[in-house]
Design a protein around this ligand. Sequence first.
Ligand SMILES: *[C@@H]1O[C@H](CO)[C@@H](O)[C@H](O)[C@H]1NC(C)=O
Ligand SMILES: *[C@@H]1O[C@H](CO)[C@@H](O)[C@H](O)[C@H]1NC(C)=O
Length: 294
Amino acid sequence: MKIYAPPCLLLCFAGYFSVLAVVLKTNNESPWTDEFDKIELSCLIESISTTNPRIEWKKITNDGPSYVYFDKRISGDLENRAMIREPATLVITNATRSDTAKYRCEVTAAEDQKSFDEIVIDLVVRVKPVVPKCSVPKSVPFGKSAELSCVEDEGFPKSQYQWFKSREEIPTDPKTSHTFFNSSYLLNAETGTLKFISVRKEDAGEYFCRAKNDAGYAECPPQMMEVYDIDVVGIVLGVLVVVVVLLSITAGICCAYKRGFFSSQKQTGNNYKVPAKGDGVDYVRTEDEVCRSS
Ligand SMILES: *[C@@H]1O[C@H](CO)[C@@H](O)[C@H](O)[C@H]1NC(C)=O
Ligand SMILES: *[C@@H]1O[C@H](CO)[C@@H](O)[C@H](O)[C@H]1NC(C)=O
């Protein structure tokens, strides 16, 4: 069976209820503020018949809801930092980063037909980034890879990163810039890493990083990155020289031993060091073994 009601009747019906219903509204469902500033979470009563409604505010986090206004008192996290402005607006006088959460304004109006309404407000407290921790390698061999990193964990929303070389911003894509055209690197604005795939002489310079978000930015001091040539032939020769020198020293010591040079000195050695019992014997034996084995 269908019920046909003339439009007027529906309107009158709706009108009747709106008189006897509590209805909330807000000026701003998702307000934001910077840390240590004031912010209002507006909860306005659009209609109500009850004279003394019960007003409550809850903070909703992952751990569940907790009272911040109950029994006409500010409590919990917001104690001493907030107040209620008539009729039901919550004013936080000194917001902190931990205030970022959803808040629910609940009004119970016992004498109204529809006696309950609630409104959820999503508050974001922005936190300026602090000076990021930057790591720039001091010197990198030509043609090798190099990684520069920049990290900052205080900022909220999470910081994004920019790198600068000699005061000029390094673009995400080197091909978009005349200065960085020939550079080969990967720049990640989310993680703060600047990774050179193969450094060139021209990549040497002063680097610094900036962490930024909606609340502001902070930079680390510039640090120098140098690029040097690796002379492969030089290194091989250098290593060879060291090896030869070490071998000659070892051979020299052993031969000196075989000729009894050290053991004759051993007798006068008591003058500067009194060896523990058996110590001298062990010592000589060990050195003998080294010589024999080489
Ligand atoms: C706000 O709170 C912070 C610490 O929570 C405090 O250092 C600061 O002085 C407060 N500001 C005001 C205006 O009360
Ligand atoms: C990039 O390399 C090309 C070819 O080696 C050279 O002609 C050009 O001047 C270089 N550009 C920059 C900006 O260094």
